[in-house]
Write a protein that binds this ligand. Structure first.
Ligand SMILES: Nc1nc2c(ncn2[C@@H]2O[C@H](COP(=O)(O)OP(=O)(O)OP(=O)(O)O)[C@@H](O)[C@H]2O)c(=O)[nH]1
Length: 379
């Protein structure tokens, strides 16, 4: 499918950049990647072409004000301008939009609701939101036991200082509420669960963004590449069926395993040939990655059994994609989620040396969102 990615605010721009970086050369799935921010420096740091960067809101005074309510108004004022900026690309060719944003701040969280509403109105394609949730240590001085000292925002590892964001939980909750009923679905990535003890978001963000971008690519870039055809292509309408159009909360799972795809007849790598793959090892690899994808670390911690719908994409070198094992993986996912809407597909990647499973759990219930609401109420 063809996805149009729009990053808004600091986190959104960096995540959009990271998604662009993982687009496989032999399998493009992005119509365009745009980055929007009030901050020129953030835009400059992306590798997105200048034609696809847009600075907005300067000179209004609001860009210097971090009050989220005022930023919601600013979002509404500028939504049309942002849609116009998309005309530098080919938004009409997109099967879906993905608006990436870090919840907790004012810029991205303030702009995303109006931008999502405007995109929904202008285009027929679904508009998904990819949202990071703030970590406790950003707004709660006592949260991270691994900190280097009381109320410290500097880690011993890198010294990456960050100003606290006392309103991060409240901002995240307020933006989530606004997105309800506007976004087709909200894919969440919880920074709290992905930061290591003592790390700040600034320390961890490149690693987190790579992780998230890899999951996004694995889901949205389904299908074959380099002339190899998937047995079961996951297309835009499959993704739409699973993500829905009712602002479902979505968690992404991922598991992979390196596999040997060639063998050397003389032991020195002089004559390397495609290796025969035993059925049992292919089955075992698929089983392993599906298990990791479903029960390993999710982008948002939740009980997979609360999911209303699920999607499984298994990819890798074609000889490793055992059809029966993939079908069995889909059945296993079906028996895990509570609803009965589960789809599965394969993504042959002849040049890869990794078998992977990407899992989408849609309509999940997550305690983390409840924790953020509680933190908001406690302010
Ligand atoms: N995963 C991830 N999270 C990030 C990143 N940068 C920031 N965040 C998170 O996103 C939240 C919002 O940060 P930004 O995106 O920089 O904020 P903004 O939308 O530009 O808004 P302001 O800085 O308040 O103007 C933070 O509270 C962090 O939780 C990033 O690169 N990756």
């Amino acid at each position: 499918m063809q996805l149009e990615v729009i990053g808004v605010g600091g986190a959104g721009c960096r995540i959009a950049d990271a998604i662009r970086a993982v687009e496989p050369a032999d399998h493009s799935f992005l119509t365009d990647v745009f980055v929007f921010d009030t901050d020129a420096a953030t835009l400059r740091r992306t590798v997105v072409p200048e034609s696809h960067r847009h600075r907005y809101g300067q000179g209004t005074g609001i860009d210097a004000d971090d009050d989220l309510e005022r930023r919601f108004e600013m979002g509404e004022t500028h939504a049309e301008e942002l849609l116009e900026a998309l005309a530098q690309g080919a938004p009409h060719e997109a099967d879906a939009f993905l608006v990436a944003v870090g919840l907790g701040g004012a810029t991205g969280g303030g702009t995303a609701p109006a931008l999502v509403a405007a995109l929904q109105q202008r285009y027929d394609a679904p508009v998904y939101v990819l949202a990071t949730l703030p970590a406790d240590r950003e707004f709660d001085p006592d949260a991270d036991a691994g900190d280097t000292g009381p109320h410290s925002r500097t880690t011993a590892a890198t010294g990456n200082a960050e100003p606290p964001r006392p309103t991060a939980a409240s901002n995240a909750v307020a933006t989530m509420e606004r997105l309800e009923g506007l976004a087709s679905a909200v894919v969440c990535f919880d920074n709290e669960a992905w930061l290591r003890p003592g790390e700040t978001v600034a320390d961890a963000r490149d690693r987190c963004n790579r992780e998230l971008a890899g999951r996004v690519a694995a889901v949205f870039a389904g299908g074959g590449s380099d002339g190899s055809v998937a047995q079961n292509v996951i297309d835009a309408s499959d993704v739409e069926r699973i993500l829905g159009n009712e602002s479902a909360i979505v968690a992404l799972g991922y598991g992979d395993q390196d596999v040997e795809t060639s063998s050397s007849r003389f032991g020195l790598g002089l004559l390397s040939t495609d290796r025969d793959v035993e059925t049992s090892e292919a089955v075992s690899a698929v089983e392993t990655v599906v298990r990791k994808g479903t029960h390993g670390k999710l982008s948002l911690e939740c009980d997979p059994e609360t999911a209303a719908r699920g999607l499984l994409v298994v990819g890798g070198p074609p000889t490793w994609l055992n059809r029966q094992a993939i079908a069995e993986g889909r059945r296993a996912l079906q028996s895990t989620v509570s609803g009965n809407g589960v789809l599965g597909g394969d993504a042959p990647r002849p040049d890869d040396e990794t078998v992977f499973a990407a899992v989408v759990l849609a309509g999940v219930e997550s305690e983390r969102l409840e924790e953020l609401r509680a933190a908001d109420r406690a302010v």
